[in-house]
Design a protein around this ligand. Structure first.
Ligand code: G3H
Ligand code: 13P
Ligand code: ZN
Length: 318
């Protein structure tokens, strides 16, 4: 077992018309839930770490937790930096990428989506050169995910989506290994307004897929925000009215196309939080964290198994 890049995973996922789950990790219970689910489902898996996760848990704890999960399960895994460079200037962004490449990650994302095309290309290329020289793969992003649900008119909405006319130039000039695109997904648990029909721009995905044959595409903001868990949160003292995610059938459709990596974080948070809220109500006399975290971890594991089996289609691929 070893830390691996996503290269092989993506080639197989593309050919097999399925996707690899990229799950955000922040603590031991989440790492265990995801990796035990992957083991039981015989599925490849990507564990990804955001800047927020690194700040919360400290980078060393996260890399060592992933190392422990590999030892425990015997699985190969990819360790990926999620949204590298977000909120930083280009030099700081490069330093963050460098620190993760040097710190043992097998894959990094440089998120230059808020820059102009030329600036995004320049920053991404710089990161690709550094990472590739050290055997690390790079994901980049074109298009803007956040705020799509707030777009007031079609022209504005279109400006947020990835422009298919830019993808060939971007991939050729940067040498990047995979590309995150904006087709209507967004981060967090409130992706659409109540009453708004969830919609993804499969026409844009199709166009990109035609222009970049066999090239792995990444979908961020792909949590489904399962309604039974929203109800569980709200029935146990939480306040998440109108939390809405991406319907599972849309994710399955994307996974059968060029989308090889599907990012999931909010669903893990939802199940973790819903479980703990429910546990506290069920057992008000318990105060040992191992009791409620055992319950939450088991539910997160079931969620990940469900995703692997019924959404990503990555069961029995190793
Ligand atoms: O895309 C963002 C992920 O959900 C990570 O969120 O930055 O709060 O760790 P975070
Ligand atoms: P969600 O908020 O939909 O889980 O998306 C997570 C993500 O894209 C992490 O990069
Ligand atoms: Zn993301």
């Amino acid at each position: 077992m070893a830390l691996v890049t996503t290269k092989d995973m993506f080639a197989k996922a593309y050919a097999g018309k399925y996707a690899i789950g990229a799950f955000n990790v922040n603590n031991m219970e989440i790492v265990q839930a995801i990796t035990e689910a992957a083991l039981e489902e015989k599925s490849p898996v990507i564990l990804q770490v955001s800047a927020g996760a690194r700040k919360y848990a400290k980078p060393t704890y996260l890399t060592k937790l992933v190392e422990a999960a590999m030892l425990d399960t015997g699985l190969d895994m990819a360790l990926h930096l999620d949204h590298g460079g977000a909120g930083l200037n280009p030099d700081q962004a490069f330093e963050e990428i460098k620190s993760c490449v040097d710190g043992g990650f097998s894959s990094v994302m440089i998120d230059g989506s808020h820059y102009s095309l030329a600036e995004n290309i320049e920053l991404t290329k710089r990161c690709v050169e550094y990472a590739h020289a050290r055997g690390v793969v790079v994901e980049a992003e074109l298009g803007k995910l956040s705020g799509i649900e707030d777009a007031v008119n079609v022209a504005e909405e279109d400006a947020q989506f990835t422009d298919p006319n830019e993808v060939e130039e971007f991939v050729t000039k940067t040498g990047v290994d995979s590309l995150a695109i904006a087709i209507g997904t967004s981060h967090g648990a409130f992706k659409f307004k109540p009453g708004q029909e969830p919609r993804l721009r499969f026409d844009i995905l199709e166009d990109i897929q035609r222009r970049l044959p066999n090239f792995p595409i990444v979908l961020h903001g792909a949590s489904s925000v399962m309604q039974d868990w929203v109800v569980k949160v709200n029935n146990n003292g939480g306040k998440m009215p109108d939390a809405i995610g991406i319907p599972e059938d849309m994710l399955r459709q994307a996974a059968a196309m060029a989308v090889c990596k599907i990012n999931i974080d909010s669903d893990l948070r939802l199940v973790m939080t819903g479980s703990i809220r429910e546990y506290f109500n069920m057992k008000p006399d318990h105060f040992d964290p191992r009791q409620y975290l055992t319950y939450a971890r088991a539910n997160v594991k079931e969620l990940v198994k469900h995703k692997i089996r019924n959404v990503l289609g990555s069961s029995n691929r190793i």
